[in-house]
Design a protein around this ligand. Sequence first.
Ligand code: MRU
Length: 353
Amino acid sequence: MRRIKDLRPIKVKDLKLYVINQLELPVKTKWVELSNCQEVADAIKNMVIRGAPLIGIVGAYGFAIGVKELVEKGEDLKKAEEIKNILERTRPTAVNLFWALDRMWNRFNRLLENGESREQIVHQLFKEAEKIELEDYHANRSIGGYGQVLLPEKANVLTHCNTGALATSGWGTALGVIRSAYEEGKNITVYVDETRPYLQGARLTAWELVYEGIPHYLITDSSAGFLMKRGMIDAVIVGADRITRNGDVANKIGTYALSVLAKEHNIPFYVAAPTSTFDLKTEKGEDIVIEERSEEEVKRCGECDIAPQKSRAINYSFDITPSSNITAIITEKGIISHVNEEHIKQFFKYRGE
Ligand code: MRU
């Protein structure tokens, strides 16, 4: 078994939250403190931290930090609802944020009902956020365990965006499966899509793979079809931002195109995500709000213009992959194959939510 180096994107000390500023990677590994609710909200919105599970975890800490601010300023705890709203207004697509904030909100109301002191409420909210963080880590390890079995002893695996330690509490979902397969001693080569326009693949996934020493090639997003046609890819594995009741998956823009290409070339297409990414209240992919980000992200790269200022750009951050294009969804509670509404319903009935 190979040894994998631990990588954590956030740390909490003395009720203070520190995160790696992902906008600075791969050039610098810079830790920044997010000291109030607004700073946490801005960090999520501006993608200082990103990735569905990590947005949820940081959102949960953001709520605890916001309540701590109220306590320190001697303000009414009724204002906690506004803190939840500020954090919810940051990014609309990843359901993990709303899931984590609902959980924090329920915990907060139970603590109030129990008549806990203001200091105790803050303390317990940080504990709840820490629980969410730890549960995510264990979920990732479990996803990795289930998922790595699906990969052959020698496999060329294509992945999109960043679904690794930097997108979660550590380890990762889709990249976690790759990590687990590598840890098991499998001969894995990763093909990493650059993932325009924010370049999560080039800047973050490639950086993580260098950190781990896992063999990989960076490819332009438009190379995937040609590589598949040439027989260079054995499996595609991606993460998810939201999975609806019928198994449709919202994930980073470009995921849908990969799923179509994989189907055309008879290549298995796997989605790896914790059960907190399922949104069973939403019926199908078309019902998901897809975040649209600034045109500038497409027309500029770092400090450089890469398109005429007068050109308009479209920048949907996510797309929808229909369940019919997905070979299996790998969760911490097991694998859902033949992805459809009935199988998902049975899965949650027998494995619990
Ligand atoms: O815009 P981002 O970087 O937050 O998008 C991230 C993705 O789309 C990931 O694939 C998804 O959140 C799963 S991360 C484990």
